[in-house]
Ligand binder design. Structure first.
Ligand code: F6R
Length: 355
């Protein structure tokens, strides 16, 4: 897991390679095999995947909605076919899978295709069943992922969604200036990820405190909520610590009852328009004497939280990609301190090829 976390600067550069097109401030995605006029006909995007692939899809939905102004929504592929879904001609369906062999995701793709829907894949393993079933898509080029939990492919999937969102956006209303600023930000992403990984010791110190707990909560808003979901999933998978993610906005509608001095909260707080709202969430948690670890951009949080990890800023739409990296390291170090079998967590398989 640690090796694959450390590979991220290199593999993100591979996902980006040959796909940035500064001449038109857009991206080049040869494998999607849909002409501009076909992409223009799309009115909605539905993203399907399981586990971390679904959560990366939630980040993708946010990117597509923000940059292309298309309604976009991610749904667990494992639920999709059981509700006799309505398949629409002007919806683009996107299947996300690292292995390309996840049974539930494959079955969702087949359900879409059986009903005449158009689906493209965001897949890591070249020539895998889902890649072939989709017939078109974006390969991650992240190389083999051996550890059971996904880390580098989660990040590369989010980057692939950023490329697609810029592509869809530039066909619509995303300006050349906005396209240009996102391309510049993508190009420096590998170096920024490298900078975060170089500060692993800081995260390990946070992990020492967390490793002693039995429950932890992750909160965030908007795309930050998806980052919180992935942080909680990673922590529970490798360290067996009970971790749940809540939308920071939903906290006072129930989960706040769980907060106590024994239950730390990891708060994902980008410095965006929701920053003041996130600060007041932290205050609510602190008022119940809950310890708060903030993963954030430098600012006032410093005074409010018990501990913080400062993440370099990107363009706001891309910030979730960087905010996730310290949470991967956190899960790894908590698991290490708890003596867990990190690369092969109990009860889990790398590829879930059965229903
Ligand atoms: C989480 C994890 C799983 C997978 C899920 C989908 O760390 O590894 O949740 O993301 O089983 O697998 P793929 O992406 O191969 O379809």
């Amino acid at each position: 897991m640690r090796k694959e976390i450390a590979e991220q600067p290199e593999v993100v550069a591979r996902t980006l390679s040959g796909r940035l097109e500064p001449r038109f401030q857009t991206t080049h995605l040869g494998g999607i095999e849909l002409a501009a006029h076909e992409l223009l006909d799309i009115r909605r995007v539905k993203i399907l995947g399981c586990g971390s692939a679904y959560i990366a899809g939630a980040i993708g939905a946010h990117l597509i909605e923000q940059l292309a102004r298309l309604p976009a929504h991610a749904e667990p592929a494992s639920e999709f076919r059981y509700r006799n879904p309505v398949i629409e001609r002007d919806t683009l369906y996107i299947a996300v899978s690292q292995s390309g062999e996840t049974f539930d995701t494959l079955a969702a793709v087949q359900e879409v295709k059986r009903k005449g829907g158009r689906v493209l894949g965001i897949v890591n393993v070249v020539g895998s069943t889902i890649a072939r079933e989709c017939g078109r898509g974006i390969y991650l080029h992240a190389g083999p992922e051996i550890a059971v939990v996904s880390t580098k492919t989660f990040t590369c999937t989010a980057v692939a969604f950023a490329l697609l969102a810029i592509h869809l956006g530039r066909i619509r209303d995303l300006s050349t200036a906005a396209g240009g600023r996102l391309l510049t930000a993508l190009a420096i992403l590998p170096g920024q990820i490298d900078g975060i990984i170089a500060r692993e010791a800081e995260v390990a110190r946070l992990a020492e405190r967390l490793a002693l707990c039995e429950h932890a909560y992750f909160v965030g808003r908007s795309a930050g909520y998806a980052v919180a979901m992935e942080g909680a999933l990673k922590l529970k998978e490798v360290s067996y610590l009970h971790a749940e993610a809540y939308s920071a906005a939903e906290l006072k509608h129930g989960p706040l009852a769980l907060i106590s001095p024994e239950t730390p909260t990891i708060a994902v707080i980008p410095r965006d328009a929701l920053y003041p709202k996130n600060l007041s969430t932290i205050e609510e948690i602190r008022a119940r004497r809950g310890p708060v670890f903030a993963v954030t951009h430098a600012g006032e949080v410093l005074a409010t939280a018990d501990a913080m990890f400062d993440v370099p800023r990107s363009e706001p739409e891309l910030d979730p990609i960087l905010l996730n990296i310290p949470l991967q390291l956190l899960a790894y170090h908590v698991a290490l301190k708890r003596g867990c079998d990190i690369d092969k967590p109990r009860n889990l398989a790398k590829s879930v090829t059965v229903e």
